[in-house]
Design a binder for this molecule. Structure first.
Ligand SMILES: NC(=O)c1ccc[n+]([C@@H]2O[C@H](COP(=O)([O-])OP(=O)(O)OC[C@H]3O[C@@H](n4cnc5c(N)ncnc54)[C@H](OP(=O)(O)O)[C@@H]3O)[C@@H](O)[C@H]2O)c1
Length: 326
């Protein structure tokens, strides 16, 4: 088969479409012929040499895909050859074929085409596990999503609205904020021109955000704590603004606040399977009912993954960039 390989870390040109051995499914795994993959920010870090795949994972990038099952390994009974699926991966989605643990497979949701389903697994699992399973966002609470027009952000807005929460977002341009509003965001904050702490307070009668989904890490740590409501929960999933920040413990204590931080990729198979099962139970019906949909910015042929990385690195997208297999 062919896959995007990274012979040497570097810029987008480091991504090379090359012939590689076919993967073979083991116990509890299936082989999926990939129809589409999708780009995640983590893939860029992997390409640059800053984010190695976890032990045992495929060396090729790609944390999600959609496609058809072409082979099942021993011990797989819930899935069959020919099933159309999408999958959460620890790697290997930028390839013509990928091996997937059965617990990380999802059926293509009703009302979603096979290609677009590739835009779902990573963002839905990340948002559901952090915002709902860890931070327990409840109806009528306020969620602040940083990077509202990102792959993650566009899904977070829709899921929070679907459960009846109020949503505030930050983004860097008016056009991106407009797209967030179309998805249901109620409070629109341009992070280049406005102070999100002040804007969130103003929009919540001084209360603040009950849950914050944060991609920035260190740079926003102090201001995120300031923007939290009493009993607020800050869920950190990214470090785009640095790794080490100073935490004002007194401020957090005064809020009776909580901070969580998780990474999906390195979680054990059992935890990923539990998240995938929760997503299938809670999110798949929302997709089938049309309350939530994948937001696809554009499709790029997989061998030209470098072009897709350029788009994402320049933040020229809203939602997800798909890589379509030849
Ligand atoms: N922990 C996990 O398991 C996990 C899983 C998936 C993703 N993530 C993380 O989630 C984040 C989003 O991932 P993605 O793939 O959806 O990324 P993406 O589509 O590339 O989006 C990145 C976003 O960062 C925003 N941004 C840049 N500077 C900002 C600032 N100062 N304030 C607020 N937002 C800012 C950009 O907004 P503009 O375009 O408006 O500038 C853009 O929306 C990344 O940090 C990623 O690493 C974590």
């Amino acid at each position: 088969m062919y896959a995007i390989t990274i012979p040497e870390p570097g810029g987008p040109e480091a991504l090379v479409w090359d012939e590689v051995p076919d993967p073979v499914p083991g116990e509890g795994e299936v082989l999926v012929e990939v129809v589409a993959g999708a780009v995640n920010r983590a893939d860029i870090l992997q390409r640059q040499g800053f984010y190695d795949p976890p032990p045992g994972a495929s060396p090729y990038p790609g944390l999600e895909c959609s496609g058809r099952i072409v082979e099942t390994g021993p011990g797989v009974s819930a899935w069959a050859v020919g099933d159309e699926v999408c999958a959460l991966l620890a790697g290997g989605g930028y390839a013509e074929k990928v091996v997937v643990p059965a617990g990380q497979l999802l059926p293509v949701p009703e009302g979603v085409d096979l290609k677009s389903a590739a835009a779902l697994p990573e963002v839905v699992c990340t948002v559901w596990s952090n915002v709902f399973m860890v931070a327990h966002l409840r109806p009528a609470e306020t969620l602040l999503v940083h990077g509202g027009s990102s792959g993650i952000g566009t899904m977070a807005i829709q899921l929070a609205k679907a459960v009846g929460a109020k949503v505030a977002v930050t983004a860097g341009t008016k056009e991106k904020l407009d797209r967030c509003a179309e998805l249901g965001a109620d409070i629109l904050i341009n992070y280049r021109e406005q102070d999100f702490v002040e804007e969130v307070r103003k929009a919540t009668d001084g209360a603040g955000a009950d849950v914050i989904l944060d991609n920035m890490g260190a740079k926003y740590l102090d201001r995120n704590v300031q923007a939290l409501a009493v009993n607020g929960r800050l869920a950190i999933i990214g470090m785009q603004g640095g790794l080490k920040g100073e935490l004002n413990i007194a401020a957090l204590l005064g809020k009776r606040g909580a901070i969580s931080a998780t990474s999906l990729r390195a979680r054990p198979l059992s935890e990923k399977a539990a998240i995938v099962a929760a997503v299938r139970e809670h999110v798949w019906p929302l997709l089938a009912a049309g309350h939530v949909h994948p937001v696809v910015d554009r499709e790029i042929p997989m061998p030209d993954a470098a072009a897709a990385h350029r788009v994402v690195e320049e933040s020229g997208h809203v939602g997800k960039v798909l890589l379509v297999a030849p």
